[in-house]
Structures are given as C-alpha cells and as structure tokens.
Write a protein that binds this ligand. Structure first.
Ligand SMILES: [Ca+2]
Ligand SMILES: [Ca+2]
Length: 460
C-alpha cells in the first residue's frame, strides 16, 4: 500500500499530465529569467521617458500651467514665451536661443520652454487663416491682336505669407468686343481663397484707313505714272494698312480717261477706296519737259524778238538780216546728236535756251527767226530711206526760194548753206552723200542761178 500525502491524492496526481520538460529549466531558473525580463523592460521604459523628455519630436511634456499648444497666424512675429501661459506669475522662456519654428510656413512646431528648472515641450501651431490679397490690373486689347492672357496679367502686388496660385474663374473672351469683368481666383497654400475682379476692354477697330494723295492725273501718251508716289495710307490702329492699286484699265498708249482704284485694308479688315481718273492726252506742241512745262509759240517768239532786236536794225537789207540770223544760230547752238523731232516749237525753244541741239533744233530755231523777221519758210526733210534724219528750211528771198541751213557741217565736208540753190545743195550731196537729198514733191524749185554773196566760214 502506498503512502498518502495529505492534500494530495494519488489519483489526482496520477491524472495530471506529465510535466513538460522541454524548456529544460528548473523552476528557480524560470524565476530568475522572469525577473531579468522585468528589469530590462523597466530600464527600457525609463530610458524612453528620459529620451522623450529631452527631444522636441517626442510627446510634449506637460506642465499644468503651460499651454500644450499655442496658435499663431502665419507671418506673425515669434510670440514671447510668456504667451504659453495665462499664469502671470509663471516665468517662461524659450529654452533654445532660436526656436526652430518657421513662422512663414504653417505647421506644428514643438518648442522647448523653460520654467524654472523644468523644460517642457509645447506646440507652436502656425496657421494661415488669411486669404491672399492682390490689386486688380485692368487690361485693354484690340480685337484679334492679343494671343492670350494668363491670370497674373490681371493682378499685381499679390500678398500672402504662403505661395499663391492663380486661376481664372472663367477665361476672358478675347473675341468679345467691349468691357468684361475678369475674376482671378487666388488660393494660398493653406487653401484660403480670394477673388480679384479686373476689367478687360476689347477694343474693336471699326475705322477705315485713310488714303491721302490719290488725285486725278493728266499725262501724255507715252508718259509713265508712279501711282504710289505721294499716296499715303494711315489708320487709327494698323501702322501698315495694305494698299492695292488697280490700274488695269489704264492705257498710256491711247488718249482717254481711265479709272484707277486705290483700296486700303487695315488689319481688322476695314477697307477704304478711292478712285481717281487718269486722263491720257495727245502730247501738245511746245511741251518742253515736266519741270519746264510748255512753251507756247508766243513765248518762243518773244525770245526770238529779243535776239532779233539785238542783231538786226531797220535799215538792214534782207540779205543782211538773213545773214545775221544765219550766223547767230550757227554760233549759238552747239551740235549734239539727238533731239525730240516731234515739236518744232520745243525744238526752237531748247535750241535757244540750252544752246545745244541737232539739225532739228537748228531747223526749228531758223524757222522761228525767219518767221518773226517776216520771211516765208518751207520745211524740208531728208528722204526717209537715208540712214539719218536731216531738217532745214527753204526761205523766200527776193521773190524766190533758197535753201537755208545754219547747221555747221563737219570740217571734212565744209559747207555754208546760206541761200543756196537746188543745184548747189545737190552738188554738196554728191560730196557728202544724201545730205540734202529730199523728195521734191510739193517743194518749189529754187532759181538755177546761184547767188553771188559773201559767205563766212562757220565752225562745226
Ligand atoms: Ca494666407
Ligand atoms: Ca482702322
């Protein structure tokens, strides 16, 4: 029989599961280990408390009279440490010389505050509750000329402690003429919003360009016209309106009146039109040049009369008068190769006033002098099939016709053609081929007998 132990029955004992021995520890060792774990945990907790008390980013250490959180507006000055309490008797100071809080940036900043020997950490909460402010900027544009606008074109002097973003409430309509309100939304980084209303004026150019200087013109057949000369186009807005000139109907080769249309278009599409008339005329006699204009037969004769008054007297014989005229012209005009042979009045005027010319000027001047001195003349021209042209006069002297040509000839073929007969000029034309060759149809014949008169050498 087995011995019973009081308090414990064998049966109870025998029903317990066998003690697990897997830990391999005896009961006393287990107690020791438990103790060590507890000590280690206490040490760790203690260290954590010490750590938390000494660091800003830890849980603030509280003090019954120190505010755990002080709210200030972004952009304000750092408040004095005394603001962290309502207890006037409590002396507070910032533990750090420069508390690390950026008053311009909203956020929670742990601040170390010293009260007596104790340092507590409180939160300085920087908040931005103020919406941005800005001044409106009105804008003015011309319809169709501005590319685009950004919101910041309509505001200036944006003020906020935080960055501000801008947006249009509705983009301006640049195609709408007139005034419109442009609302710019300002939003700071804290989400505070404000609106600024500016004005956009879209101006519309409705004024036509102005064409100036387009006036009717009168020209002669063969002239040219500078249609643009003296014509200017201005506009209230467009510095360079487009000018189109339609001269397609003008025919400068035929007399007539023709319209020329000037059309100016500004950038906005406004157009102005001016139509002028170009009159093309047959060129009249006596036209000298654009600068000198016309010379009339009377004006030419007045010049001739002045010279005649100087070189002739009333008591001179016809031969003397004809000789004076002949040699004055021969001396006065220097030969040049070409001239306008369409107009004898012009030819004579230029011969007298310029003192230069070719055979046509000699012929014309002689015609003018002989006519004013009271002699009949008949113009003669060299035959057309000759290589060059020549012109001279027949003059009536003593009731008969004679050749009269004061143009000095080349020294090689020297000849003084003062009151010569047909036979004499024909004889000269044999030396200087074709010089006085002309179609005699309608031209009276000279006497056959040459005149026995004195003829001076003229220098050619
Ligand atoms: Ca703000
Ligand atoms: Ca205009």
């Amino acid at each position: 029989m087995k011995q019973h132990r009081p308090g414990k029955t064998q049966s109870a004992h025998s029903h317990r599961p066998p003690r697990r021995r897997s830990a391999g520890l005896s009961r006393p060792l287990l107690y020791v280990a438990t103790f060590l774990v507890a000590v280690t945990a206490m040490v760790a907790f203690y260290k954590y408390v010490i750590f938390a008390a000494g660091h800003e980013d830890g849980i603030p250490t509280t003090h019954p009279a120190v505010l755990a959180r002080l709210v200030v507006e972004a952009g304000d000055e750092l408040p004095p440490a005394s603001r962290f309490t309502s207890d006037q008797t409590l002396e507070l100071a910032y533990a750090d010389e420069k508390p690390s809080a950026d008053l311009a940036v909203p956020g929670d900043y742990p601040i170390r505050i010293q009260t007596g020997d104790q340092i507590v950490t409180a939160i300085l909460a920087v908040v931005d509750t103020k919406p941005p402010r800005a001044m409106a900027v009105d804008q003015e544009i011309w319809l169709g000329e501005a590319d685009s606008f950004a919101p910041d074109d309509f505001v200036t002097q944006i003020r906020d402690v935080t960055p501000v973003s801008l947006a249009f409430r509705q983009p301006p309509d640049l195609q709408k003429a007139g005034d419109q309100a442009v609302i710019v939304l300002l939003k700071d980084s804290s989400g505070n919003q404000a609106e600024v209303t500016a004005r956009l004026t879209v101006l519309q150019d409705i004024d036509k360009p102005v064409i100036a200087g387009a006036t009717d013109q009168t020209v002669f057949i063969g002239d040219t016209i500078s249609y643009r000369e003296n014509v200017t186009v201005s506009d209230n807005r467009d510095p360079q309106p487009v000018l189109e000139i339609d001269n397609s109907q003008v025919n400068l080769s035929a007399a007539g009146t023709y319209p020329v249309r000037y059309k100016a278009t500004d950038k906005a599409g406004n157009t102005a039109e001016v139509t002028i008339t170009v009159t093309v005329q047959q060129r009249p006699e006596g036209y000298v040049s654009e600068d000198e204009g016309y010379v009339s037969e009377d004006e030419l004769y007045a010049l001739v009369d002045q010279v005649l008054a100087e070189i002739t007297t009333d008591d001179m014989s016809d031969l003397e008068v004809l000789s004076e005229i002949f040699y004055w012209i021969a001396d006065h005009i220097d030969y040049t190769g070409t001239s306008d042979k369409s107009d004898w009045v012009k030819g004579a005027f230029l011969g007298m006033t310029r003192g230069t010319g070719d055979c046509f000027n000699y012929f014309s001047t002689a015609k003018a002098f002989l006519t004013r001195a009271g002699y009949e003349t008949i113009p003669i021209a060299r035959v057309q099939d000759a290589k060059t042209r020549h012109y001279w006069n027949l003059v009536q002297y003593n009731g008969a016709w004679y050749h009269f040509d004061p143009m000095p000839n080349l020294a090689k073929y020297h000849y003084v053609c003062l009151l010569r007969t047909d036979a004499e000029v024909a004889d000269y034309s044999r030396q200087n081929p074709r010089f006085y060759e002309y179609d005699p149809t309608g031209i009276p014949a000279t006497p056959t007998e040459p005149l026995d008169i004195e003829r001076k050498v003229i220098n050619g």
